[in-house]
Design a protein around this ligand. Structure first.
Ligand SMILES: Cc1cc2nc3c(=O)[nH]c(=O)nc-3n(C[C@H](O)[C@H](O)[C@H](O)COP(=O)(O)OP(=O)(O)OC[C@H]3O[C@@H](n4cnc5c(N)ncnc54)[C@H](O)[C@@H]3O)c2cc1C
Length: 510
């Protein structure tokens, strides 16, 4: 377990209130719709204050996009399938707080010590061994990077890059949300090769083409992972598939707090009652005092669309306006022979379309390792984000071709089993979307939103935004009932170098 190290991390203190709903006379009831990170965080926050919580989850498993389920290989072996590789960064304070409820020392996460990035010319950048503290991390990365020449460094426009070093939410969005990430990089004179690696890898991790992604989102991401945090860029991964490592223990924890977890139970609509909400699911209706909607974008849009009594017109329009990023493909291969031992557990790629990364599951995940040890094979996973085609089988072939080029030892391997996921349910952080994005608070008292597509004015992203909004949604309902909330944490919500912050303020007054 690594404890947070950044002395400048920010803690928003827990809102004050009664410690337990038992003191209220009647325990409020809350429905949490969606059992991904956001919903499970909200359920935890509410249940820990004694609220009677029911979680409604459409799928038969918890974890949402970080969920896992059982599949069988052609030889009958049972395996856990998921959307695969996820990086659990050390600056994901709110997510780690959730996971520490069942794993106080976070022993079920292990660090990946290296994180190389490969480009089409065979150049490799790595984040391993960099200093943790900005700006030395960025300086050292650029200094030793084969993709930056000294000339490139001198050509960088410090003036235009200033917003990257002075991120503050929401101000950065006011400044950059109307610009796309690709154009923003042009204005900085970022060297083409380095752009593919240092930036495109980040932006594609948001499942978007840099021409579609808000420059503000890119800058916030850069701040969270690199320039705004001294936790470092080394990240952790679970030691076992997601259900075993994360969600089964959390489900037991929640059940011990009387949370009713209903998987395979989609919510189809929400009505208003005299003092609460009526949740419709499977042809039945159940009343609750409060609701957290913690669905993915398509799920949220569908529920709100089917619930005409909810919210104001403007709020409903903001939900309707949420967009999803282009589809992505995850392909997992069980091979009959190992990959060379010196290969990294995870390799990010830039400008090698359609491949975005290769991970070797048997190097870090117990279940895959047992399979590989038993069979002498390897479990390899390939990701392609922001797919530019609808032809998923063509994409599968193209991904495998890239695997064979990059790891030639896999060329003659026999595929013992293979599974592919093709999905389109990640939020798009499009140009100019921020101002319209729905927030955790809604026009309805005791109805809150959570999820990685929901706006919260903190420098958080992806899984960490899901967790941060989950705690915030719980706090919103708890506050309504006079109950104490939970602290929310983030990396500093401003640049780390005072002089640059002052320069930015004078250049971009509010
Ligand atoms: C391939 C891939 C790789 C990724 N890698 C990373 C990474 O390395 N680092 C990182 O930080 N993030 C990563 N992410 C993003 C991360 O997975 C998400 O940010 C996070 O899981 C979002 O959590 P959430 O709770 O907001 O949404 P979700 O996980 O989508 O949860 C929403 C839940 O709502 C449920 N639901 C929807 N409609 C209904 C309904 N009507 N009734 C009941 N339930 C409903 C859904 O089934 C789902 O379980 C990755 C995502 C993918 C797909």
């Amino acid at each position: 377990m690594t404890s947070p190290r950044d002395p400048r991390r920010v803690t928003l203190p827990a809102p004050r209130g009664l410690p337990d709903a038992g003191l209220l006379g009647r325990r409020p009831t809350a429905a949490v719709v969606g059992g991904g990170i956001a919903g499970l965080t909200a359920a935890t926050g509410l249940a820990e204050r004694g609220v009677d919580v029911t979680v409604f989850e459409r799928e038969h498993h918890l974890g949402g996009r970080v969920g896992g389920w059982r599949e069988r290989l052609p030889d009958g072996t049972a395996v856990t399938m998921s959307r695969g590789f996820h990086a659990f960064f050390r600056q994901y304070y709110n997510l780690r707080t959730l996971l520490s409820r069942t794993d106080p020392r976070l022993d079920r996460l292990i660090p990946l010590t290296d994180y190389p990035l490969l480009d089409a010319h065979g150049r490799i950048d790595t984040f391993a061994g960099l200093p943790r503290t900005p700006p030395w991390n960025a300086a050292a990365f650029a200094w030793r990077s084969p993709t930056f020449t000294r000339k490139d460094l001198l050509r960088l426009s410090g003036r235009n890059a200033l917003p990257l070093a002075t991120v503050s939410v929401p101000e950065t969005y006011h400044l950059l949300d109307r610009v796309d990430a690709s154009s923003f990089l042009e204005t900085i004179n970022f060297p083409e090769a380095a752009k593919h690696l240092a930036f495109e890898v980040f932006s594609r991790s948001f499942f978007a083409d840099p021409r579609e992604l808000s420059a503000a989102e890119l800058a916030t991401m850069f701040h969270l992972y690199f320039l705004g945090s001294s936790e470092g860029l080394v990240f952790d991964v679970p030691t076992e598939p997601f259900p075993q490592a994360l969600w089964d223990p959390l489900a037991s924890y929640l059940s011990s707090r009387r949370v009713d977890i209903r998987t395979g139970t989609p919510v189809t609509g929400i009505g208003r009652t005299r003092d609460g909400f009526a949740i419709e699911s499977g042809g039945r209706t159940k009343n609750f005092d409060g609701v957290v909607l913690a669905c993915d974008v398509p799920g949220l849009r569908k529920i709100v669309d089917a619930s005409p009594d909810l919210g104001t017109e403007a709020w409903r329009a903001s939900i309707d306006g949420l967009r999803t990023a282009p589809p992505f493909l995850v392909r997992r291969l069980w091979l009959d022979r190992p990959v060379e031992p010196y290969r990294s557990s995870f390799l990010g790629t830039g400008s090698i379309p359609p491949l975005d990364n290769i991970s070797l599951l048997d190097r870090y995940e117990g279940e895959a390792r047992s399979w590989a040890t038993r069979t002498g094979g390897a479990v390899v996973e390939l990701h392609a984000y922001a797919a530019a085609t609808k032809d998923s089988s063509g994409l599968e072939k193209a991904l495998e071709k890239r695997l064979h080029e990059i790891y030639p030892e896999t060329r003659d391997a026999r595929v013992v089993g293979d599974l592919t996921l093709w999905r389109e349910d990640c939020p798009l952080f499009g140009v100019g979307d921020f101002a319209r994005r729905p927030t955790v608070e809604t026009p309805e008292t005791a109805l809150a939103l959570a999820g990685d597509g929901i706006r919260i004015d903190l420098p958080v992203a992806l899984m960490e935004r899901a967790a941060a909004t989950g705690w915030a949604a719980a706090n919103s309902l708890l506050g309504h009932w006079g109950l104490a909330g939970h602290p929310i944490r983030s990396v500093p919500n401003h640049g780390r170098i005072g002089l640059l912050n002052r320069l930015a303020r004078s250049r971009y007054p509010k």
